[in-house]
Design a protein around this ligand. Structure first.
Ligand code: ZN
Length: 181
């Protein structure tokens, strides 16, 4: 187990379309080491998700862990750490809503991104089981953000109005108060 370095915007690997993970590799030594490294890295850096390309591994693997309760994004159930292999997203309802997103590969910034808020995700888990879940609200945004990494897309690509891209300090000082209510 090891905490890996998270690569940042500008690194070309973040712009690659990641390779599907061979299901036969799931549970193998190499897979387990990569997954453990991702979990250790996410917990060290802090955040709600991490995609393998962010630590320099161009495979379609991501982990998501959302602390629940009442947050500035609203109230929702916590999601304990889950592993998503070769995920695909299907939009259930195209209605969009926006959140101020951040990214461990784009440190120090926040940007307002609008995305569909009801999606269905098909994926394989770490036990090689095929799964399907439906998500709405903030978790739907988190999943789309993480899986975008597998296609070489960063949230900054999806900011509709670049005036709504801000440093964290300025976001908290000037923009956050306007969002309440
Ligand atoms: Zn990210």
């Amino acid at each position: 187990m090891a905490i890996r370095r998270i690569i940042r915007m500008g690194h070309p690997l973040l712009r690659e379309v990641a390779q599907p993970l061979d299901p036969n590799e799931i549970g193998g030594l190499e897979f387990n080491r990569l997954l453990t490294d991702m979990i250790d890295t996410l917990h060290d850096y802090g955040g709600v998700g991490l995609a393998a390309p962010q630590i320099g591994e161009s495979v379609r693997l991501a982990i998501i862990e959302i602390p629940g309760g009442e947050t500035r994004y609203g109230e929702f159930a916590p999601m304990s750490l889950a592993v998503f292999i070769n995920p695909s997203i299907h939009v259930v309802d195209p209605a969009i809503a926006g959140y101020w997103e951040g990214c461990l590969s784009v440190p120090g910034l926040r940007g307002y991104v609008e995305r569909p808020q009801r999606i269905k995700v098909n994926y394989t888990n770490e036990h090689r089981e095929e799964r399907e879940i439906e998500l709405s609200g903030f978790p739907a945004t988190v999943f789309q953000h993480e899986f975008d990494h597998l296609d070489g897309t960063l949230y900054v690509d999806r900011i509709g109005d670049t005036r709504r891209l801000s440093f964290e300090h300025e976001y908290e000082r000037y923009l956050l108060p306007q969002m309440d209510g």
